[in-house]
Ligand binder design. Structure first.
Ligand SMILES: Cc1cc2nc3c(=O)[nH]c(=O)nc-3n(C[C@H](O)[C@H](O)[C@H](O)COP(=O)(O)O)c2cc1C
Length: 408
């Protein structure tokens, strides 16, 4: 019964599939949800406020400059009222307006002022969908954090076939059910997560150290995405130029030993995501004073292995998080090496990351990740912003947690 009493604000855009919004309203009402609606000027060409209001049993909002509506519920309060906002159909024109942050009518103003998740349900002709302008708007909107359902492949109202067909009201309902299920479980179970990020530094003497190129970006984005879902998140990070994200407990460390210590102190958690590029080796001893240049002899430095934090978490019998996931940074044989890593470390998921390419991986704002599970199946998230990849990863982690028989 997770849908009962949930508040949905539906914005009906100006596309031929607008009539299907009536079906969605009917389904939502059948599930005892509360529905309010905004109809855009073009949307009104396809469905009438009377049909919508008959189903929602409440006023259909249309105009920004309507003193009566502003008195009943002002445009800011309308978005505060909702648990989620759904735009259906989302036309190509509407995507373009959102991508540049327009606030020219009630719908766009409410969306720009919204503090809730916004689910876009695109519907358009295949050429419109595949147009470079729409695809570029899609990337911008994904980066802004808009959620998407569809579009699907299929026959369109215009008779053409391809991608652009709107997801059905039942598919949207099932998306919403999954969305609220996850949020409810996060709240009910008071989920906790830890994320490790950035490089570690292992000092040879007070000023010299060995380390690596990791910037911490992907780990920070994962911590932000977990926190956005209401999961109490601790970010344990090596030296990074990034600002500490708001609302997240950040523990700053330098060495692998310090990171391990903080990880131990943070347990127990439900989810552990190891994105840190922990330096594999450290000098057996750190020289108290700076070693003089002519005395510095690398052959004489004794290196020892650092403890593997991912391995420690996976094989921790007393306090093992339900889901342990780790990144595998490789420069060749990415999938093969990552699969091996997964087997050796007994973690639940590995995110294989090709760090040989300049435009993804270390230091870049972009990434491409292949997610490998224990059965060896691979799901690749194509090149995209690290924030986008982080949101996808968090959804996968949560799905996996909800599937875990020991968890429910
Ligand atoms: C009969 C008809 C059907 C249309 N269907 C669609 C559609 O499915 N998707 C779309 O992106 N635009 C469609 N359009 C164009 C939009 O109506 C137009 O771009 C409008 O400005 C969108 O308004 P909105 O931004 O309020 O959604 C259609 C236009 C007509 C005349």
């Amino acid at each position: 019964m997770t849908l009962k009493n949930k508040k949905i604000l539906i914005i009906v855009g100006g596309g031929i599939s607008a009539y299907k919004s009536l079906d969605l309203i009917r389904l939502l009402k059948k599930n005892d949800m509360e529905v309010k609606t905004i109809l855009t000027k073009s949307g009104k060409e396809f469905v009438t406020p009377l049909s919508i209001s008959t189903l929602t049993k409440s006023k259909t909002f249309e105009n920004l400059f309507d003193s009566q509506s502003e008195v009943e519920i002002d445009h800011i309060a309308l978005s505060r009222w909702a648990d989620i906002i759904v735009v259906m159909p989302t036309t190509a024109n509407f995507m373009s307006k959102l991508s540049i942050g327009r606030a020219e009518d009630l719908a766009t103003t409410v969306l720009l002022a919204a503090d809730k998740d916004i689910l876009l349900v695109p519907a358009m002709n295949v050429r419109m969908w595949l147009h470079k302008a729409t695809q570029s708007n899609l990337k911008i909107l994904q980066d802004f954090g808009y959620l998407f359902v569809g579009p699907e492949k299929g026959e369109m109202a215009c008779g053409e076939y391809g991608e652009g067909k709107m997801s059905s009201p039942r598919q949207i309902l099932s998306y919403l059910k999954n969305y609220f299920d996850k949020r409810d479980i996060v709240k009910k179970k008071k989920l906790k997560a830890l994320v490790t990020a950035g490089p570690t530094r292992e000092y040879i003497d007070p000023i010299r150290y060995i380390s690596n190129e990791s910037s911490g970006k992907q780990g920070y984005e994962i911590a932000i995405a977990l926190n956005k879902l209401g999961i109490k998140t601790t970010l344990i990070t090596g030296p990074s130029k990034l600002a500490s994200p708001k609302g997240i407990k950040v523990k700053k460390i330098i060495t692998a030993d310090e990171m391990l210590n903080e990880v131990k102190k943070t347990l127990p958690v439900n989810l552990a995501v190891c994105t840190a590029a922990v330096t594999d080796f450290k000098p057996a001893e750190k020289n108290k004073d700076k070693i003089k240049k002519d005395e510095l002899n690398f052959q004489s430095i004794n290196f020892v292995k650092n403890i593997d934090i991912l391995n420690f978490l996976s094989k921790n019998n007393r306090n093992r998080p339900q889901i342990v996931a780790g990144f595998s940074a490789e420069t060749k044989n990415v999938i093969k090496n990552s699969k091996e890593k997964m087997k050796n470390k007994n973690c639940d998921l590995i995110f294989a990351n090709d760090v040989s390419k300049k435009d993804i991986g270390f230091n870049s704002d972009f990434n491409k990740v292949s997610i490998i599970d224990q059965r060896g199946s691979i799901n690749t998230i194509q090149k995209n912003k690290k924030s986008f990849i982080a949101n996808k990863i968090v959804q996968i982690l949560l799905d996996k947690l909800l599937d875990d028989r020991n968890f429910n």
